[in-house]
Design a protein around this ligand. Structure first.
Ligand code: MG
Length: 266
């Protein structure tokens, strides 16, 4: 495929020869004034608009530079249980469910990007919903199921990364219990007009790098043995990590607030 170059080759060659320091070009005008208006946007094609914030990406173990670290292996300070300090086991670089109750983040979020790693218990105990059960509740209401579904059958809309009771994942990307799995999530908060739903919550999920949901809509707040329904709530809510009585481990949890397009560099 040929990609059209917006600059004449002679101009590019001249730039290369003069070898000006890169910073010298930073003050040059690079936007257009004589282009059409973009439909639905207050900007012109190629026109002046806020430059996105510069973010240093993380690597396989480190979060990006603008992430909020909710758990880095050192303490449980970002979490509480029923208004009291979180009391899950904290060992090495992970925390582990121990029957003291579901964790709730002290911070609240709306639209967000989440990274989280979990490991289901070994030796294996139980079956179906009794094996490595936990879950992430966005805004305290909408559960992305965590379960050990490596060679463990359960109802499809309750398996690992299901929107519990609503949608099974596109595929089962589980690793064996005891291994660390990753979840990378984009969650979009629902919007309400008064008591009425305007826009449902949506979620995109990569499980161990595999897309298992793509902008999938939640039917409502998670429920068991009944059809989920929405009840109007505010624009932000906490994350909850479920204590379902199985010693699931968690590590490396971070969140990025998604503020939207055309936010000026900070
Ligand atoms: Mg669960």
């Amino acid at each position: 495929m040929t990609i059209a170059c917006p600059f004449p080759r002679t101009a590019l060659a001249a730039l290369a020869l003069t070898a000006l320091p890169l910073a010298a070009f930073q003050d040059q005008k690079v936007t257009y004034d004589d282009t059409p208006q973009l439909p639905g946007q207050p900007y012109k094609v190629h026109g002046e608009r806020p430059w996105p914030q510069v973010v240093t990406p993380g690597d396989s173990t480190a979060p990006p530079s603008d992430a909020i670290k909710l758990f880095d292996g050192t303490n449980l300070d970002e979490w509480q249980t029923g208004g009291k300090p979180a009391a899950w086991d904290l060992t090495e670089d992970f925390m582990r469910v121990n029957g003291t109750g579901t964790l709730q983040s002290k911070r609240e979020f709306g639209d967000l990007q989440l990274h989280l790693e979990f490991s289901c218990p070994t030796p294996v105990k139980g079956h179906s919903q009794g094996r490595g059960n936990s879950g992430i509740f966005f805004m305290g209401r909408y559960e992305l199921q965590i379960l050990d579904c490596f060679e463990n059958k359960t109802y499809p809309d309750g398996q690992t990364t299901a929107l519990y009771g609503q949608w099974p994942p596109l595929v089962n990307a589980c690793l064996p219990p005891g291994e660390w799995s990753s979840l990378d999530v984009v969650f979009e908060a629902p919007e309400f007009e008064g008591k009425d739903l305007k826009t449902p919550a949506r979620i995109t999920v990569l499980h161990n790098g595999v897309v298992v949901h793509h902008a999938k809509e939640f039917l409502g707040a998670t429920s068991h043995r009944s059809v989920a329904r929405y009840a109007a709530h505010g624009g932000k809510g906490p994350l909850r990590l479920q204590d379902h009585g199985n010693p699931v481990r968690f590590r490396n949890i971070w969140v990025r607030d998604l503020a939207g397009y055309d936010q000026a560099s900070r």
